[in-house]
Design a protein around this ligand. Structure first.
Ligand SMILES: Nc1ncnc2c1ncn2[C@@H]1O[C@H](COP(=O)(O)OP(=O)(O)OP(=O)(O)O)[C@@H](O)[C@H]1O
Ligand SMILES: [Mg+2]
Length: 364
C-alpha cells in the first residue's frame, strides 16, 4: 500500500532517476572542528540506496555531529557531502532530501497525533486531501490508529517514538536520520521498536542512518555498521566483518568481548608463545592476536585446535546460557572462554586453544 503510493507519486524522491551504480550518499574528507576541538576528523564514507547504516561508538565520539552534518544542521569545517550526486554541503536542512528524528522526540504538545504527523506536509503547502491521505498511510504504517486523535502527552514513550518516526517518514526522505531514537525506552520496548524499525525499513525500501552506542542494537538493525572512536571512523562493514575481522584493538574490544594475546610479527609471520608461527601480512613489530571468548576451546576439544596452550582455571562463573572460565596460560596471559559445559573448577590444569580461522591480528 505504502510502497505503491510512493511508486506512483510523480515526484517521489525515493524513485527519482539516479545514475546507476553511484552511491546515494558520499562523504569526502568530512570533518568538524568546534573552535579548535576536532569532534570529527576527516572521513570518507558512502551509503548505498536501501542501506540501513548504524553509526556506533562510545559517548562523545562524534556520532551526533556526523549525523547532523548529514542532515544539514551542522556545517562541516571541511569536506564535501553529496546526496544523489548533488553537492549538499552548504544546503540547509529543509533543502536536503534527508529528514531527521531527534533524540528528544520534539513533538508539538498542542497538536494531535494526526496533526503532528501532517505538520511537514502542511508547511510545504501540500493540498489538504493529499495530506489527509498520507497521514492515514503513516498512522497505519506505525500502527497508531487507536491513538491518532490524542495529544502526544497522552502517549507512552514508545508511542511518541512512533509519531516522531511517522512525522519524518511522511516527507519521504531519501535518507532518514535517527539519533539514538530508543535511548529513553526500557529494554523490552527497545527490542519491540527495533523489530518495528526493521519492518518499516523493509516496507518502505528506504535508506536509514541510525546512531547508537549499543553494539547489540547496531547488529540487530543495520546491514552496515560504522564504528567511530574519538572522532575517527575506525571501520565500516557488515556485523560479521566487524565482529569476526575487527580492524584494530578498539573495534575488537568495543564490539563484543575479546581476548588479546601479545605476539611479534617478523617478515610477515607472527610467532605465538608456544612456538607456533602463522602467516600474517603487515609491518614488523608488536601485534595482538584477538579471539572471541566463545571461539576458545577448553579441555579435550582444544587438543585438536590449530593453536593449543596449557593453562589453569582461575575462575568459573555460571551465567545461565554459558559458563565463563578465566584461564591463566603458562605464558602468563589470562584468557576468558565461554563454554556450554561447565565441568572444570578453579585450580584445574587444562588445554585451551583456538583455530586460526577464528583469530585476527591487529597492531598493538
Ligand atoms: N557545539 C559544540 N561545541 C563544542 N564542542 C562540542 C559541541 N558539540 C559537541 N561537542 C563535542 O564534540 C564531541 C562529539 O560530540 P557528539 O555530540 O557528536 O558525540 P556523540 O558521539 O553523539 O556522543 P553521545 O553518545 O554522548 O550522544 C564531544 O566531545 C562533544 O563534547
Ligand atoms: Mg549523540
Amino acid at each position: 500500500m505504502l510502497q505503491r503510493a510512493i511508486d506512483s507519486s510523480p515526484h517521489s524522491p525515493i524513485t527519482d532517476a539516479v545514475p546507476a551504480g553511484a552511491p546515494l550518499v558520499r562523504l569526502t574528507g568530512v570533518a568538524k572542528d568546534y573552535n579548535g576541538f576536532q569532534a570529527v576528523h576527516p572521513l570518507d564514507m558512502t551509503i548505498e540506496r536501501g542501506d540501513f547504516v548504524s553509526i556506533l561508538g562510545p559517548s562523545g565520539c562524534g556520532k551526533t555531529t556526523l549525523l547532523r552534518m548529514l542532515g544539514g544542521f551542522i556545517t562541516p569545517s571541511q569536506g564535501r557531502i553529496e546526496v544523489d550526486g548533488v553537492d549538499v554541503t552548504a544546503l540547509p536542512p529543509e533543502k536536503r532530501a534527508t529528514n531527521m528524528v531527534f533524540q528528544g522526540y520534539g513533538l508539538f504538545p498542542h497538536m494531535s497525533v494526526r496533526q503532528n504527523i501532517g505538520y511537514g506536509l502542511r508547511l510545504a503547502r501540500t493540498p489538504a486531501r493529499e495530506v489527509a491521505e498520507r497521514v492515514e498511510e503513516m498512522v497505519d504504517l506505525v500502527q497508531l490508529g487507536a491513538f491518532a486523535e490524542r495529544a502526544p502527552t497522552a502517549l507512552s514513550g514508545g508511542q511518541q517514538q512512533r509519531v516522531a518516526l511517522a512525522r519524518a517518514l511522511i516527507m519521504r526522505p531519501k535518507v532518514l536520520l535517527l539519533d539514538e531514537p530508543f535511548a529513553a525506552l526500557d529494554l523490552k520496548l527497545r527490542k519491540a521498536m527495533q523489530d518495528e524499525m526493521r519492518r518499516l525499513h523493509d516496507a518502505i525500501g528506504g535508506t536509514f542512518v541510525f546512531v547508537t552506542h549499543d553494539q547489540t542494537e547496531a547488529m540487530a538493525l543495520a546491514n552496515r555498521i560504522a564504528v567511530m572512536e574519538g572522532g575517527h571512523l575506525r571501520q565500516l562493514g557488515t556485523a560479521e566483518e566487524i565482529y569476526l575481522h575487527p580492524a584494530n584493538h578498539f573495534v575488537s574490544a568495543f564490539v563484543g568481548e575479546a581476548n588479546f594475546v601479545r605476539a611479534m610479527r617478523r617478515n610477515g609471520r607472527v610467532a605465538l608463545s608456544n612456538g607456533l608461527t602463522v602467516v600474517s601480512p603487515g609491518e614488523d613489530g608488536d601485534v595482538e592476536i584477538g579471539v572471541r571468548p566463545e571461539r576458545l576451546m577448553i579441555g579435550a576439544p582444544a587438543e585438536g585446535a590449530d593453536v593449543c596452550l596449557r593453562g589453569s582455571v582461575t575462575e568459573r562463573l555460571f551465567l545461565g546460557a554459558h559458563v565463563q572460565y578465566r584461564v591463566l596460560t603458562e605464558s602468563g596471559e589470562t584468557l576468558v572462554a565461554n563454554a556450554l559445559e561447565g565441568h572444570f573448577s578453579p585450580g584445574d590444569s587444562l588445554r585451551i586453544g583456538w583455530n586460526l580461522a577464528d583469530q585476527w591480528v591487529v597492531a598493538s
